[in-house]
Design a protein around this ligand. Sequence first.
Ligand code: GAP
Length: 458
Amino acid sequence: MEKIKNFEEIVNHLKATGYVYQGSEIYGGLQNSWDFGPLGVSLKNNIKQLWWNEFIKKQPNNVGIDSAILMNPNVWKSSGHLGGFADMMVDCKNCQSRFRADKLIEENTSITQLDGKSSEELDEIIKTNNIKCPKCNSNNFTNARAFNLMFKTFIGTLEDSKSSVYLRPETAQGIFVNFANILRTTRKKLPLGIGQIGKSFRNEITPGNFIFRVREFEQMELEFFTHPGEDMKWYQYWVDYCYNFVLKLGIKKENLRIRQHSEDELSFYSKGTSDIEYAYPFTSWGELWGIANRTDYDLKQHQDGSKKSLEYLDPYTNEKFIPYCIEPSVGVERMFLMILCDGYEKEMVNDEERIVLKIHPSIAPIKAAILPLTKKLSDESLKIYHDLMQEFDVEFDESGAIGKRYRRQDMIGTPYCITFDFDSLQDGAVTVRERDTMQQIRIPISELKEYLKTKTKF
Ligand code: GAP
């Protein structure tokens, strides 16, 4: 795929406009940690709110929860994370750099799909292909060994094995362990979806590509429980639903694909997994969203581990069984990055370059900017600004030529600019300029709220 967008340029743009800052910057930063500035936090909140509306609020079968980040360590024993949530890594014996064995192989050979390969098999591939260290060019690697990705910490004052706990590496397990609580307290029937948005932590061996792979990120996960016989129907339903959600956000179709996992790539408990992938500018395709049919694996594991029944009693057939679970899981940062990469455009307008972030109005951090044509009109314009800010995220800008002010708003993705001019004093109307087409229309001030409400709907 042709890389028409320069990733470094996009990253610099996001740093310069206050979307993202380097974490702990004044202390020289902390490797691969990022802070979200005023525009960034607003975009993130809008993404999360939209997901919540579309996956929880507007879904009659679904409810939400907010579970704790620190959980009983037995949760991770039952889920398999303590034993198996690991990446295979190798160290270069010459320069001590550390690499994920699968990435090293993928980047240096045409071999892909290395999931499930043993350390011996990975060592063999590295040797027979004479793979060299990308940092120092030596081919002297340690054997591949498993590295658990969970961050470990301690509860209380004693740092011993009895007090150790883990920062959750996914939000999903907080849902599984609350399955019985939700059934009991909501009296919901199958199919039943339980969703959650929250921070997850993974001690990634090779974080990078800006906020694509980080050690601290947010997930939006839905665990959708169904009758075992209906699982594949719901699996397909959620694959289509997630894909259409991304299309509705205005992401270009040619930059998206659904990749179904092959049999040998599937986890042993999965009956089907599809990734929605986006053509991020730094790679050919990168995972945005994973949708998996996890069968009854997780609930069974927690039933066995906790010795508490997690069976469902069907009120119509009196049948008792462990439900199957379909899981659409997506990272907020991955969606954030896709939206900004897809929306970033450079155009020539009247021989001048314009940088514009064409992001869907429903999630744009600022919905409209109120711009008095001259400072003499500021007082009247401020009245509109104060009125609109009760319902919308709006900005007021009175400094500089109007063309420059339009460009400033284009650069941060504001879909509408509202200009108050001398005619406005007479006709009670303003000029509204649309970001993508740059077309201007005249609208009565009294109709502005209704206009923005309609235009910023998802
Ligand atoms: N509960 C299933 C689960 O966590 P996953 O494929 O490991 O599955 C789901 O993660 C999603 O979380 C990914 O599709 C991606 O969007 C996001 N994600 C995973 N690891 C990430 C990381 N290190 N940095 C940013 N986002 C990440």
